[in-house]
Write a protein that binds this ligand. Structure first.
Ligand code: ATP
Ligand code: MG
Length: 366
């Protein structure tokens, strides 16, 4: 069996540090590992419409932003297929068939969707059916590419679980057809779900608590210095402080390496030593934040520079997603044909159906 990756993002905004540690960084490593036969990245614009139906302009604008973010972190169109969901009609057909393999009760139990419904106020305003069913469309995305591995943040685990259930049910009813995928989440626990700068559970475009990959150095500094609350009991530098639940330390857990200490803060050999000093008292928040800003800058400045280059060549970017989408059309159409064949609803592929109908009609007369 081939080793195939499918992953993607909703074009609802520019990509942020949560995407970077939760998924993008890993994608680039996997892309360059040479271990995969195919890497596909889907810009999930249809999924983005499920909670933005009144604002397709926002989705359109962010398609280019998301591709620019991809290219600037090092995703390489020579090795990775970047494609746009709405231009892949096979995905719509697959979603329609898979919807019959899940119950509304099962969809209601999805913890991520539950939290997102809450966050968007859909519980009071009314829940768009498309939003409620988006885990099923994700199953279509994943299976259409025959993906074996799906690198995602932790919030996506219930979606992969849902996909696996659909695959198992489909294969049981119609025969072995679809590939069972596996989620791949970051080993570093903080990277699986990076909190927002406000300390809220998840950095998310929808919560407006992000540091974007394309933010300039001044904005990054402002976000760290102005939005990140440390430990409210750590008033004087000499006071003992808490590192647990302290968003600056959570970010350091996600981003810093021992090399960063050698480079920017040689007083300590590693994060554990720094944390011990903070807990004992005597280490100021300003020093911690400055260290974090240095680390973030080291990560972000090459990304920013690469983005600036691509921004000057939008024609080339357009050609990249057009070519990727055409390629993905072939892949996903082939899966749809296989699915229809397995379900025996491929009526117009084969005139043998006429014989079958004829036999049935004759038998009914006898
Ligand atoms: P939205 O608010 O529109 O849902 P989002 O910020 O949650 O946007 P998505 O496009 O839904 O971003 O997620 C794309 C990928 O990035 C998924 O694999 C998701 O798990 C991962 N991801 C998103 N936010 C984070 C985060 N804060 N930490 C780790 N991974 C994340
Ligand atoms: Mg999301």
């Amino acid at each position: 069996m081939k080793n195939i990756i499918l992953t993607g993002d909703r074009p609802t905004g520019r990509l942020h540090l949560g995407h970077y540690v939760g998924s993008l960084k890993r994608r680039v490593e996997l892309q360059n590992s040479g271990k995969f036969d195919e890497i596909n990245i889907l810009i999930a614009d249809d999924q983005a419409l499920t909670d933005n139906a009144d604002n397709p302009g926002k989705i359109r604008e962010n398609i280019i932003n998301v591709v620019l973010d991809y290219l600037s972190v090092g995703l390489d169109p020579e090795k990775t297929t970047i494609c746009v969901q709405s231009a892949l009609p096979a995905l719509h057909a697959l979603t329609f068939y898979y919807l019959n393999l899940v119950t509304t009760a099962r969809l209601s139990r999805n913890p991520t969707v539950k939290a997102e419904i809450q966050m968007r106020g859909f519980a009071d305003e009314g829940l768009p059916a498309g939003f409620f069913c988006y885990p099923v469309s994700q199953a279509a995305d994943i299976t259409a590419f025959d993906a074996t591995v799906v690198p995602v943040g932790e919030d996506q685990l219930p979606m992969i679980e849902q996909t696996r259930e659909i695959v198992e049910k489909f294969n049981k009813i119609y025969g072995e057809t679809l590939v069972l995928p596996k989620a791949m989440i970051p080993e570093n626990e903080t990277q699986r779900r990076l909190p927002g700068v406000d300390g809220k559970a998840k950095m998310s475009k929808s919560l407006g608590n992000c540091i974007y990959l394309s933010d300039d150095a001044k904005t990054v500094k402002k976000q760290v210095n102005g939005k990140m609350f440390t430990d409210p009991q750590h008033l004087q530098i000499s006071d003992p402080g808490h590192t647990e639940g302290n968003v600056v330390f959570t970010y350091l857990d996600a981003f810093c390496t021992d090399e960063h200490f050698a480079e920017f803060l040689p007083d300590y050999a590693n994060l554990e030593e720094m944390k011990e000093h903070y807990r004992r008292g005597g280490l100021g928040d300003g020093t911690c934040k400055k260290f974090l800003i240095n680390i973030l800058e080291e990560t972000l400045s090459p990304i920013r520079a690469e983005r600036a280059k691509w921004e000057n060549d939008i024609d080339a970017v357009y050609d990249i997603i057009r070519a990727g989408t055409l390629k993905a059309q072939e892949t996903t159409n082939a899966t749809l044909a296989r699915v229809r064949k397995a379900m025996r609803i491929n009526y117009f592929d084969d005139r043998a159906i006429i014989k079958e109908w004829d036999k049935m009609l004759k038998a009914a007369k006898q």
